[in-house]
Design a protein around this ligand. Structure first.
Ligand SMILES: [Fe+2]
Length: 317
């Protein structure tokens, strides 16, 4: 079979092992997620969107346990189980939210969970700032007041893996998850050396986020970061102040990426796993060809600080 086995719809969640659920919940609550269910052994956090949960913490050693993606249908789960080497069968997810899963190992051995039929929950009210800009006055007779508070994470946005064999990782993801390339970053002096690969879901004419999975070349395989969309720039800044005041480890931001264009802010959880807030991504569709850009544009901020070495080296296992 050539071409992808299936095309996933979106990224669903990250599953992390953490030794202390109280500490995990404190960080994630300050980060802007909300407890959906907590059991003796696991914590399921939601955002304001319809996903039952988008961050799972299992009590145990500090480990990256999996990254979840939504399949379009249960028949896609069966197709993946039948055609992907080493895939599990289609299994019930015996946890809150239910649904079904196929588990498989990506190129470096990290677990990928492709899921379908997870329960949805009612959306929660969201705070959106109405901005009066140089071009248009849209907030008329209303005051802009931002209370101190965590931001409101809406949904999971993407996952980024560091990988020593980036070509192999990208090929695996394209075949098993059906991504298309939005932008590839190449070495300045060698267009054949791939340094980073930004991949989006293939939804044809529908516009989707610039990337839901990215790979960066690195000497070690690991999770570079996971990312959550917040409501807007006021929400992101208010969330930044809240996290700072609560003593969390800030890594990089606030800035605006060049590739993807998101306004971003990065934080480390108590075990060093990098969690990003972003707002205002580029959205692309099938009419947009893959772009190739040089290294100088790869991790560039259009404004705000440039990436510290600690960010480039993040590779949690
Ligand atoms: Fe990111």
């Amino acid at each position: 079979m050539t071409g992808p086995i299936i095309k996933v719809r979106d990224v669903a969640w990250v599953r992390l092992g953490s030794p202390d659920l109280d500490e995990a919940e404190r960080f994630l609550t300050d980060f802007g997620l909300l407890r959906q269910v907590r059991t003796d052994d696991a914590l399921y956090m939601r955002g304001t969107g319809e996903a039952h949960h988008l961050h799972i913490t299992q009590r145990g050693p500090d480990r990256v346990l999996g990254i979840g993606f939504y399949a379009d249908s249960e028949s896609d789960l069966h197709r993946l189980a039948a055609h992907a080497a080493g895939a599990s069968g289609v299994m019930e997810l015996n946890e809150p939210g239910g649904g079904k899963v196929v588990r498989l190992k990506e190129h470096n051995g990290f677990t990928i969970e492709v899921v379908h039929g997870i329960a949805e929950v009612a959306k929660l009210p969201e705070r959106h700032s109405v901005m009066n800009t140089g071009a248009a006055r849209e907030r008329l007779g209303e005051f802009q007041r931002i209370d101190p508070r965590p931001c409101q994470a809406k949904r999971m946005g993407h996952a980024v893996l560091s990988t020593p064999d980036i070509e192999g990782s990208v090929a695996w993801a394209h075949r098993h998850l059906g991504f298309v390339v939005s932008e590839h970053v190449h070495a300045e002096d060698d267009p054949d050396t791939l340094l980073a690969s930004f991949n989006r879901a293939d939804r044809g004419e529908d516009y989707v986020d610039h990337h839901i999975m990215m790979f960066g070349r690195h000497s070690r395989a690991g999770l570079n970061h996971i990312s959550y969309e917040v409501q807007d720039i006021d929400d992101l800044h208010a969330g930044h102040d809240w996290m700072k005041q609560r003593g969390h480890h800030h890594l990089w931001g606030i800035g605006r990426h060049l590739l993807g264009s998101q306004i971003f802010d990065y934080w480390k959880d108590p075990w060093g796993r990098v969690h990003e807030h972003w707002t205002d991504t580029d959205v692309l569709n099938a009419a947009m060809p893959a772009r190739v850009v040089p290294k100088s544009q790869g991790l560039r901020s259009q404004w705000g600080p440039q990436a510290p070495p600690e960010f480039r080296d993040a590779a949690s296992v």
